[in-house]
Ligand binder design. Structure first.
Ligand code: ACO
Length: 327
């Protein structure tokens, strides 16, 4: 019998360095108005020089452990969902394991782009559900400012850096955040829509690729947009099916584009005030966007026992994930 799994606590970290839209107008043909109207983004946070992905993960992970009252030596497993870790290898989870002092924990990274956090939650849940582990620390986050092409105005303005973490435990132990259902999906036939074409084993970095910038993130924004509206709508509908709408706490969508979120939630007639949007402050933080929102809700004491949360996300791969969590 599977052990029901709960989210015992959440934590997050975003860098102090604020990048507003005007910053881009100093070197690109763009404007604050275009960025705000097309994406809903006003500003985002980027790592300072000398800071890195693991710094954010360590801070978010430490906060989640403190909020759960669990010591680092009690952690059994650390899974980091990221596509912009400190190194190609070793895994950022190894750096986090050492820095947090999780001496008993195993750790690995998982690559599923923006849905990386929910893919990692799903993976970590299996260990708790099977009774193998009691404390699994899941961290999702990105330093996309480090892998974005700053000459590409259609993508570099969208992304922010950040990290969010949750501690998974048997629900009987933590008594909150019951993970009722998770759905994962992939369509690899559209892998080229969001990709870092060069720098992997297929096309190692050369002087030519460096000059062309093809080791950086590339995105076919318009095609992704169409897919995003359909998939986000579908995932939210799936998570809400058969549920009492009066028990809906919050819809926590991946912060991809304010217009995409508006269209998806309007189609499902979800009240606007139930949908959390922080893209205006933080941009698209990829794998961090959902856990950052959960952590902000935690801080504001807005996670109401008995209410359910709808989580929905999609990204490079293409990959997508949805979840329903009963707080
Ligand atoms: N400033 C000014 N003009 C711009 C900018 C900019 N920053 N970027 C693009 N434009 C121009 C384009 O060149 C184009 O000009 P043209 O008509 O002369 O060719 C025009 O604006 C319209 O471009 P579109 O791409 O049609 O603009 P759109 O309204 O679709 O908005 C955006 C672009 C914001 C990228 C949108 O398509 C989007 O949000 N897509 C989804 C992004 C996404 O979901 N990413 C996935 C997750 S990322 C991950 O997984 C890591």
């Amino acid at each position: 019998m599977a052990v029901p799994v709960g989210i015992a606590s959440v934590g997050h970290y975003v860098p102090d360095r604020v990048i507003d839209n005007h910053y881009f107008t100093t070197f690109l043909d763009t404007s604050d108005e275009w960025i705000r109207q097309r994406s809903g983004i006003r500003e985002r946070r980027w790592l300072a020089d000398g800071q890195t992905t693991s710094d954010m993960f360590i801070a978010a992970g430490r906060q989640a452990l403190e909020r759960a009252g669990v010591g680092p030596e009690e952690v059994d497993l650390i899974i980091c969902g990221t596509v912009s870790g400190d190194y190609l290898f070793p895994a950022t989870a190894c750096i986090v394991q050492d820095a947090l002092g999780c001496t008993r924990a195993a750790g690995f990274d998982l690559s599923a782009a923006c849905p990386g956090f929910l893919f990692a939650v799903s993976t970590g849940s299996q260990f708790v559900a099977a009774g193998t582990y009691q404390n699994v620390l899941v961290i999702g986050g990105e330093a996309l400012s480090r892998i974005t092409d700053m000459n590409d105005r259609s993508s570099c303005v969208l992304f922010g850096d950040g990290a969010g973490a949750v501690l998974l435990q048997p629900h009987a132990v933590c008594q909150r955040g019951l993970i009722e259902d998770i759905l994962l999906g992939t369509d690899g036939s559209r892998a080229d829509l969001i990709i870092r074409p060069h720098g992997g084993a297929k096309h190692p970095i050369t002087l030519e690729t460096l000059e062309a910038g093809t080791h950086l993130l590339q995105m076919k924004g318009r095609e992704v947009y169409r897919f995003a509206v359909e998939k986000m709508t579908e995932l939210m509908e799936w998570a809400m099916e058969g549920q009492n709408p009066l028990e809906l706490g919050w819809v926590v969508p991946h912060q991809v584009n304010a217009r995409i979120l508006e269209t998806a939630t309007e189609r499902l007639a979800i009240p606007r005030e139930k949908v959390i949007v922080n893209i205006d402050r933080l941009g698209n933080t990829s794998a961090a966007s959902i856990p950052i929102i959960l952590s902000e809700l935690w801080e504001q004491d807005q996670l109401e026992p008995g209410k359910f949360l709808v989580l929905a996300t999609f990204g490079a791969g293409l990959t997508w994930a949805g979840a329903r969590v009963r707080w």
